[in-house]
Write a protein that binds this ligand. Sequence first.
Ligand SMILES: Cc1ncc(COP(=O)(O)O)c(C=O)c1O
Length: 441
Amino acid sequence: MSPKQDLPPWPFVPSGRTVEIARSEGCFLYTKDGHAILDASGGAIVANIGHGRQEVVEAVARSMAEKNYIVPPFATDDRLGLVERLQKKWLPKHLPRVHLSSGGSEAVDVALRLARLYHVNRGEPSRYKIIGRDISYHGTTVACLSVSGHDSRRAGLEPMWNQVPLAPTPYPLRHHERGGGDCGGACAQALEEIIIAEGPETVAAVIGEPIIGSSGGAIVPPDNYWPKVQEICKRYGLLLIADEVMTGFGRTGKRFGSEHWDIKADIMVSGKGLTAGYAPLVGVYATDEIVDVLVENNQSLMFYTYGGQSSACAASNAVLDIMEREKLVDRVQEMAPVLERHLNRLAQHPHVAEIRGRGFLWSLEIVKDRETLERFAPEDNITNRIVGAGMANGAFFYPGGTGPVRDIITLGPPYIIAEEEIDQMVTILETSIDQALAKAH
Ligand SMILES: Cc1ncc(COP(=O)(O)O)c(C=O)c1O
């Protein structure tokens, strides 16, 4: 059968015009015809150390020339070097065990399996439910979507998983739409009510992003929320899984987002910043206790063929060398107020409801009316219009939002961004919002 449409070769399901990038350097992408695009979101909040760092390229080439593929259970110098470095310099001390996957979804899937297998092997096989939250994204495998509160990515797939309810994610800007009051306390209490309704003896774990990524637009929860969730998990014998795929490795101004509160997840997943886009590698980090239970019961955890690819570990070692040498987590912390100050130029914009975030992860929520917080209609397609205008004006902003959170523009620039580039980024953002909204009116 001949195709109904004349489809471009990429991507799989095309939508709009495909942009072709020829090369990338520092904070910029360059199209084939030489048009420069400021990578305001580091792609999908990934390119933390900037583009074109030759020492990473050389480390990958060296590793690949030595050994192209070594099955994951075997050790290599790159794998051992990375695990030791993570244990010594990066991971919270209570999470020393490292599993390596090649993507965030794969890694979250490991975390879900791990939580289940831990309970099975310690003699509580009734615990299998994982409770996610209603504004969240944990990846795109069927299992990951089953715990994600991302309506558009879940749509059509819902019958494929167990129907475990999602707990409310704190969303302070619109908490009044849920009755108002203590946002963090109410959301933690609602989680507890779900656990009780489901039967605590059937629940294995709770999963959440410490600070929501682009699905909710960098929502920072109230300070009382995570400590209460941790306490509830402990009380009912559940594991707490922190999904730090986006927030890990300095993005929010600390090594990991959970460090903003006094919480200790039992399992943490973190990756984008582990290789900053130079290779596919994401880690799952667990306590000794969890792994002890598996070892005692002879329980294996199947690897992914490309998990912990040795050259990806070499890339990660080189990326973390740069992060450590250039003190980039400290830089994020120091420069965050500068980024915030520039973004605040938009604080009085009639269509900006809120500018929120932490460190170098920031989002703007765009609304029709900032007094009433009325949203634009989905058909107005505001997010895509702004992102499209941004591209035409020379910057890539990350589109986000889902369900009740509409029209989110996220910024997650490389940690090396200069103040002049921040200024340029915010100027382009302002122009792009105005152009997109002028067309929408
Ligand atoms: C918090 C979080 N978890 C999981 C994922 C899925 O990662 P991947 O796209 O590498 O599968 C993402 C991706 O953006 C994410 O932000």
